[in-house]
Design a protein around this ligand. Structure first.
Ligand code: ASP
Ligand code: MG
Length: 470
């Protein structure tokens, strides 16, 4: 049985936790169930380290003081050394790991001093700097496995064949890279080794480090799962699995035992932070099942994400909320057609890198409404003001940040009459006024926008109406 298993930051919060992860891996590898296990491990950075690097890089540029860089690097080195010493019992292995860490931290120090002196942080150097989270975690986890008798070897994303385009901060695998991944990893498996691969990071053809976006080690794991024809890809988290709603907001939110690829994609794009948005795509063609497993209950089946479009009768399985959203209503001038208006709006927003969460257009109006993340509101408004400098495209636009976007997800709603009716009657009964509605023609998602103050009540009413957690 060939398994790819990914471990995220919380699982790697300290030496004790890393040791527990290594024991879990060993248990699975050596389980006496008659199946020979080929395991590939994908690791993210130690807990909080990616955030820390993301904060540090711009700070270093701003401060421009090399002694501050040295201070940071010293603390960073100490942190990783302590974690390694706590996780790795075998003295000989620990020494090797420590010297690997030392070497890599020297590279990081050079990079930080470089941006500090230049006073400039490019997307490319930022990716290089944040990649050190994973570059340091992989030797520690591999060393921990070695010290309990597992023949582990660590590889960076590039070494494992994760060859990407130059989309720094959000890089994607290039076509043909699957073959490289296979060629790099399968010989190790044939040799009974356990590769420990840096998640999140890849490399361009020229060998420049890239990252695949926050939470990207999920994506690395599923890319590898598809490339080596794994039987399953397991994403280990400290959560029960994919939930019917956010349990912090909705009472009775429960784990969903099975979701289809389409549902998982809808959920990850629409605010459920359990998966990297692009993590599902790679496995669809090869039909490699993904399992979201709970580290706190390793025996639990978790949530299985697979190919069967529907295993439960539920039309709507989950509700997600995207908080901190803004709605922008754009009214065109009478001289422009709605297509021209849309073309102009989307062109400038795309050029500014504004991601649109929802779009709607009422057919009788010369107006388009879009929903975006509030963090991008200023950028969007500036862009719209710019196209409007001569007033021939847009008559007026208004924005409102006091809103929340919500998505009701389930592939079972496709072709099932009455689902939207139920959604909106639940909202009506609750006295929630709906500001905007959109439903994709896939019919896997009904999304709407309500006032922020109504959002939790609205979500609870819909969760109850469809008995989602049951
Ligand atoms: N370490 C990266 C991040 O925090 C990737 C990951 O955790 O999956 O975003
Ligand atoms: Mg992380």
């Amino acid at each position: 049985m060939r398994l790819v298993m990914k471990f995220g930051g919380v699982a790697l919060a300290n030496g004790g936790k890393i040791k527990a992860v290594a024991d879990l891996i060993k248990g699975i590898k050596e389980e006496a169930d008659g199946k020979e296990k080929e395991l590939v491990i994908v690791t993210s950075a130690l807990f909080d380290v990616t955030d820390l690097l993301h904060e540090t890089a711009p700070r270093v540029v701003k401060e421009g003081r090399v002694e501050k860089v040295k201070e940071f690097v010293e603390a960073f080195r100490a942190k990783h050394d302590t974690v390694a010493s706590d996780a790795i019992a075998d003295e000989r292995v620990l020494n090797v790991v420590k010297s690997e860490l030392k070497e890599r931290i020297e590279e990081l120090e050079k990079a930080l001093i470089g941006i500090c002196l230049l006073g400039e942080l490019t997307a490319r150097s930022c990716d290089y700097i944040v990649s050190f989270g994973e570059r340091l975690a992989a030797p520690i986890l591999a060393g921990t496995l070695q010290s309990i008798g597992i023949d582990a070897v660590h590889l960076t994303g590039g070494e494992a064949g994760i060859i990407t385009n130059k989309g720094f901060g959000n890089a994607q695998l290039i076509t043909g890279a699957e073959a490289t991944i296979r060629a790099r990893i399968t010989p190790l498996l044939a040799d009974n080794k356990v590769p420990v691969i840096c998640g999140y990071i890849g490399e361009t053809k020229e060998g420049i480090t890239t990252t695949t976006g926050r939470g990207g080690s999920d994506y690395t794991a599923t890319l590898i799962g598809a490339a080596i024809d794994a039987d399953e890809t397991w994403l280990w988290k400290e959560t029960e699995g994919i939930m019917s709603a956010d349990p912090k907001i909705i009472k009775d939110a429960r784990k969903i035992p099975y979701v289809s690829y389409m549902e998982a994609m809808e959920l990850s794009y629409f605010g459920a932070s359990v998966l990297h948005p692009r993590a599902i795509e790679p496995v669809i063609k090869k039909k490699v099942p993904i399992r979201v497993k709970n580290l706190l209950m390793p025996e639990d089946e978790g949530t299985l994400i697979g190919n069967k479009s529907e295993q439960t009768k539920k039309a709507a399985k989950a509700i997600t909320l995207i908080e901190n959203t803004s709605i922008i209503n754009i009214v065109g001038t009478a001289v422009k057609s709605i297509s021209e208006l849309a073309a102009r709006i989307f062109t400038v927003l795309a050029a500014e890198g504004v991601d649109i969460i929802m779009i709607s257009h009422g057919s009788s109006e010369r107006a388009i409404s879009i929903v975006i993340n509030s963090a991008q509101r200023k950028k969007a408004i500036n862009a719209l003001q710019n196209i409007n400098s001569n007033g021939t495209v847009i008559r007026d636009f208004t924005s409102n940040s006091n809103v929340c976007a919500m998505g009701v997800v389930g592939t079972g709603m496709a072709g099932t009459p009455g689902v939207a009716g139920k959604v909106f009657s639940a909202l009506g009964k609750e006295g929630v006024s709906v500001i905007m509605i959109s439903q994709g023609s896939s019919e896997y998602n009904i999304s709407f926008v309500a006032k922020k103050e109504d959002a939790y009540r609205a979500a609870q009413a819909i969760h109850d109406m469809f008995e989602m957690g049951k």
